[in-house]
Design a protein around this ligand. Structure first.
Ligand code: 13P
Ligand code: SF4
Length: 304
């Protein structure tokens, strides 16, 4: 017999019984966001995980987010409802590759985007998210920085901090990197006067065209304040759920075809229900890796 589809009320009851909180990233499906205690960007989810009092955290997002929560809250059970929800960019640099890269640049501080594995974070001086990347690099006061895995976020930081030589790894987000300037200009031509907000994972020519380059939660706050009739949004389509709530008077224009992250879209309400009911999908990080990675994440959450 097929199991009935989960309902939001059932999921909330299970969360109460399990002493659990549900965290959802801003790109998650609306049905998942609707049951979450916290919906946020990577920095907010990391900070909230570090401060959580519940015993269980269900992390509706991708693996690096669940690993980050586990490293920052080691005593908690962290459940990733879909164990196959990864981030292709996080797989674009391995710990061995980072070790070899560091050996080529002795003494140069290493900043890694939080979209990376726990093993890579363990070899990193400080992590950053899209919300605090510029502040994190500035805080080092260094004239040279090794940055990865996202070459586009690295190029964005370099444009803001010309005094720092950014040595970039060649990784990228397949969802944001495929957006061309031409597509953005088409949207602008169809909606004259509408400002463009873009995520810093987009290519440099796209971020240069944007009116604001922001993390996902920063986009929500920016749009709520802007009071614009129309805004062109250059990030993953799941953010449109939050944008419609944050600024109900604004019409948000996504690109055509829509930008969708297949990994972010794997998690459905049923998977959240199953994880809570069965306490399945627990994320573990080897203690030596977690201990080595914790410092770089704690420095990240303290900045910006
Ligand atoms: P934010 O931290 O801005 O939410 O971005 C996470 C992410 O994976 C973007 O693709
Ligand atoms: Fe990774 Fe890009 Fe998906 Fe974000 S949108 S989780 S960076 S693949």
């Amino acid at each position: 017999m097929t199991e009935p589809l989960a309902t939001p009320a059932e999921v909330r009851l299970l969360a109460r019984d399990r002493h659990a909180v549900i965290f959802a990233h801003n790109y998650q499906r609306a049905e998942v966001q609707s049951v979450a205690d916290v919906v946020g960007d990577s920095l907010e989810l990391a900070r909230r995980a570090a401060a959580v009092s519940a015993e269980v955290i269900v992390l509706a997002g991708v693996r690096f987010m669940a690993e980050t929560a586990k490293i920052l809250a080691p005593a908690k059970t962290v459940l990733l409802p879909r164990s196959d929800a990864g981030c292709p960019m996080a797989d674009m640099i391995t710990a061995d590759q980072l070790s070899a890269w560091k050996a080529e640049h002795p003494g140069v501080p290493v900043v890694m985007y939080v979209n990376s594995s726990a093993e890579v974070k363990a070899l990193t001086d400080v992590c950053c998210t899209s919300a605090n990347a510029v502040e994190v690099v500035r805080s080092l006061g260094a004239d040279k920085v090794l940055f990865g895995p996202d070459r586009n976020l690295g190029a964005w930081i370099a444009a803001q901090l010309p005094e720092v030589e950014m040595i970039l790894w060649d990784g990228y987000c397949p969802v944001h990197d495929q957006v061309t300037l031409e597509r953005v200009r088409e949207a602008k031509a169809a909606h004259p006067g509408a400002p463009v907000i873009a995520h810093p994972e987009c290519r440099p020519d796209v971020t240069a065209e944007a009116d604001a380059v922001l993390s996902t939660s920063q986009m929500l706050r920016w749009s709520a304040k802007a009071g614009e009739p129309e805004i062109i949004v250059v990030t993953e389509g799941g953010l449109l759920t939050g944008l419609a709530k944050a600024a109900p008077e604004t019409r948000f224009i996504g690109l055509t075809p829509p930008m969708l992250c297949p990994n972010m879209k794997l998690t459905r309400l049923d998977h959240v229900r199953d994880a809570l009911r069965d306490l399945s999908g627990a994320v573990s990080v080897p203690p030596d890796v977690a201990a080595a990675a914790r410092g770089s994440l704690e420095r990240m959450t303290a900045i910006g």
